[in-house]
Design a protein around this ligand. Structure first.
Ligand code: FAD
Length: 318
C-alpha cells in the first residue's frame, strides 16, 4: 500500500481484516497537519465502524455540525444538515487511522504492480495563470455548530469547528485572485465582507499551510489495465466544498484493500468505484463551472439544501 491518508489506511485495515499481511509506505511522519476542510460527512460513521475505529474517533471529541450556510456575493442560503456531521482535524484523523497498520515511513514509487496506490492528488505541471491553490489554518475563539461556505471571486472558503474548540478555515482560489491578495490568505479573507465578519472574533493559532496546484479528474478507466488498485484522490478528486473527499477516499480504499487481499482483477474494483463516484464527480464539476462563471449566485439558492448535499455524495446503492 502506498500512501497513509484516509484511502491508504482504510485499504490497509480492510486488507488486514481479510487476512492479508500488509505493509504501508507513507512518506511523512504522523501526526501532521494537512490542507483540508476537515468536514466529515455523517456517512463516514458506518464505514469507520466497519474498520473498527469509530469508538476511538469519538474519544477525540470531534465537533458536531448541524447547520449549513452558503454565502454568495448577492445571496445567502441556510439549511439544516440532513444529519449532523463532524469536524475533526486531519492531524487527529490520519494519525488514528494509520495507528493500526504496519507503516514504513518512506517514499515508495507509486507504480508497483499489484499495489494499492493511495498517494493522493495527481501532481503535474500546469500552465501559470490557470492554477488553483488551497490553504488552511486553525483558529481559536468562539465556535458554532454551523459549517459556513463562502464563494467569491472564483474562491471558496469553508469555516467550521473541529475538536478542542478550534475552528478550521480552509479554502482555495485561482492564482490570479491569490496574487492580488499578495498570496496572503489573511488579505483574501478580509476582501469578502461576510467572511471578514465571520473571522473577526477568531485568532489564528498556526501558520497558514498551502497546497497545489489542484487538479480535478478521474482515472477510473485509464488505470484499469495497469494492474494496480488506485484509491482516494489518486483515483478521483472531487471538489473540496462537497465535503465528500474523505468519504470517497474511505470507500474506494476499502474496495481496493479487499480487492488486493483477494487478488481480484483491478477492473472489478474500478467498476465498483465508478458506480459509486460518477454522479458526485459529474454534479461537482457542474457546480465548479457555476461557481467559476458566477452563475452559482443565481442558481444555487433555487436548489434545495438537502439535494445539494446528497447529489455530491458517493452513491452507495451501486
Ligand atoms: C482545500 C481542500 C479542502 C478539502 N476539504 C475537505 C473536507 O472538508 N471534507 C472532505 O471530506 N474532503 C475534503 N477535501 C478532500 C480531502 O482532503 C481528500 O479527498 C482526502 O485527503 C483524500 O485522501 P487520500 O488518502 O486519497 O489522499 P491524501 O490524504 O492526500 O493522502 C495521501 C498520502 O500519501 C502520501 N504519499 C504520497 N506519495 C507517496 C509516495 N510516493 N510514497 C509514500 N507516501 C506517499 C502523502 O504523504 C499522504 O499522506 C479537501 C481538499 C482540499 C484540497
Amino acid at each position: 500500500m502506498i500512501g497513509g491518508g484516509p484511502a491508504g489506511s482504510a485499504a490497509a485495515i480492510a486488507a488486514q481484516q481479510a487476512g492479508a499481511a500488509v505493509t504501508l509506505y507513507e512518506q511523512s511522519r504522523f501526526p501532521r497537519h494537512k490542507v483540508c476542510g476537515e468536514y466529515l460527512s455523517p456517512e463516514v460513521e458506518p464505514v469507520l465502524r466497519d474498520l473498527g475505529v469509530w469508538d476511538e474517533l469519538m474519544v477525540r471529541q470531534p465537533h458536531r455540525l448541524k447547520r449549513l450556510v452558503l454565502h454568495f456575493p448577492r445571496s445567502t442560503k441556510r439549511a439544516g444538515l440532513p444529519e449532523p456531521a463532524w469536524g475533526l482535524s486531519r492531524h487527529a484523523l490520519d494519525h488514528l487511522l494509520i495507528g493500526g497498520v504496519h507503516c514504513v515511513v518512506r517514499e515508495r514509487a507509486a507504480d508497483t504492480p499489484g499495489a494499492v496506490i493511495a498517494a493522493g492528488r495527481r501532481i503535474e505541471r500546469q500552465p501559470a495563470g490557470s492554477r488553483q491553490f488551497g490553504f488552511k489554518a486553525h483558529f481559536t475563539g468562539p465556535s458554532t455548530d454551523t459549517i459556513e461556505l463562502f464563494f467569491f471571486d472564483g474562491c471558496y472558503v469553508g469555516v467550521n469547528g473541529v475538536e478542542q474548540g478550534r475552528t478550521n478555515v480552509c479554502g482555495l482560489g485561482p492564482e490570479d485572485t491569490l496574487r492580488r491578495a499578495g498570496f496572503q490568505p489573511d488579505g483574501l479573507l478580509a476582501s469578502f465582507p461576510p467572511l471578514r465578519d465571520r473571522i473577526a472574533p477568531l485568532s489564528r493559532a498556526m501558520d497558514w499551510l498551502t497546497t497545489g496546484p489542484l487538479i480535478y479528474g478521474q482515472r477510473l478507466d485509464a488505470q484499469a489495465r495497469a494492474g494496480v488498485y488506485l484509491a482516494g484522490d489518486a483515483l478521483s478528486f472531487v471538489d473540496p466544498y462537497t465535503g465528500s473527499g474523505m468519504l470517497s477516499a474511505l470507500l474506494s480504499g476499502v474496495s481496493a484493500g479487499r480487492a488486493a487481499a483477494a487478488g481480484e482483477d483491478p477492473r472489478a474494483h474500478y467498476g465498483r468505484c465508478s458506480g459509486m463516484l460518477r454522479r458526485a464527480y459529474l454534479v461537482s464539476s457542474l457546480f465548479r463551472f457555476a461557481i467559476r462563471t458566477g452563475a452559482a449566485d443565481l442558481l444555487l439558492p433555487l436548489v434545495p439544501g438537502r439535494a445539494l448535499v446528497s447529489w455530491t455524495r458517493p452513491d452507495r446503492s451501486r
